[in-house]
Design a protein around this ligand. Structure first.
Ligand code: ADP
Ligand code: MG
Length: 255
């Protein structure tokens, strides 16, 4: 190896351009074999560095999103859940609904894929560098409650209000007392017409008065959530139980 090559490697090391070092030899070979110009060669070499930066950026955006898992739309079996319109879900992943500041509500019983789809849309958003955050409703309320006790509710609300996409999972699994419902309302009100929110729930809207233990607050929340929203009502069997049912049927069939 000649000394100018070594000097170049040293420079790249100093500039922390790792990918350019890794791909240096093959790029030099490619340049020689294809008589590439200086600028084209430099473009090729810097592209390796840029690609890696992009990958890392996407990875960190997804990490920041705090998703429960990394399941995407491609991992969803639409044949198993025929009441779901695949085109509609694919349209959500274009993030048009975020530009239009619309909400999505996934409504349906346990195990039908509400969290899976909400996460999949969230990951699609994070990959496109849209600030996204996933929370269980109960954790969100606990955090707001703690913030209020510590006199920093405004700050917390502003923090949650700033995400371009907030996913609030599992509304209705645990009851929310009327005081806490007000905190939840404040957040929904701050995001209304400004930012998109995805909510998942196993409780029909009529029964939200019971969830929030105050029909007036529940109505005020629903009013804002549903004003600009697509409701995906999933009617079907639990994917978690499908193997059990399948086994049961097989056993019955064999008898
Ligand atoms: P929910 O939030 O509606 O209770 P989840 O989204 O948590 O249900 O789904 C339960 C489990 O089953 C998850 O592991 C999820 O990835 C999986 N799952 C649900 N529906 C499907 C489906 N149609 N195709 C593939 N996996 C699914
Ligand atoms: Mg769920």
């Amino acid at each position: 190896m000649n000394s100018s090559y070594n000097k170049l490697v040293q420079n790249l090391e100093y500039l922390k351009l790792k990918q350019m070092i890794v791909h240096l030899d093959e790029t030099i070979d490619f340049m020689n074999n294809n008589q590439l110009s200086f600028t084209d060669t430099l473009i090729k070499l810097t592209d390796y560095e840029i690609d890696m930066k992009e990958v890392n950026m996407v990875r960190s955006m997804v990490k920041v999103g705090a998703f429960p898992h990394l399941k995407e739309v491609k991992d969803f079996d639409f044949d198993f859940q025929p009441t779901i319109n695949k085109q509609q879900i694919l349209d959500f992943t274009t993030l048009r609904f975020i530009e239009q500041k619309e909400n999505i509500v996934f409504l349906g019983p346990s195990g039908v894929g509400k969290t899976h789809l909400a996460t999949a849309i969230g990951i699609a958003a994070a990959k496109k560098r849209t600030s996204t955050y996933f929370m269980k409703c109960n954790d969100l309320i606990m955090n707001l409650k703690r913030a209020k006790l510590e006199n920093r509710l405004e700050n917390r609300l502003k923090h949650y209000a700033k995400y371009k996409l907030l996913i609030i999972d599992e509304i209705g699994y645990l009851p929310i007392d009327a005081e806490d419902a007000k905190l939840f309302f404040q957040l929904i009100d701050m995001r209304y017409e400004q930012k998109s929110t995805i909510l998942t729930t196993n409780v029909s809207f009529k029964a939200w008065g019971d969830v929030f233990q105050d029909p007036k607050i529940a109505n005020a929340i629903l009013d804002r959530v549903l004003h600009y929203a697509t409701v995906v009502n999933i009617i079907g069997d639990s994917y978690r139980l499908k193997d059990h049912f399948h086994k049961e049927n097989t056993i019955k069939g064999e008898q």
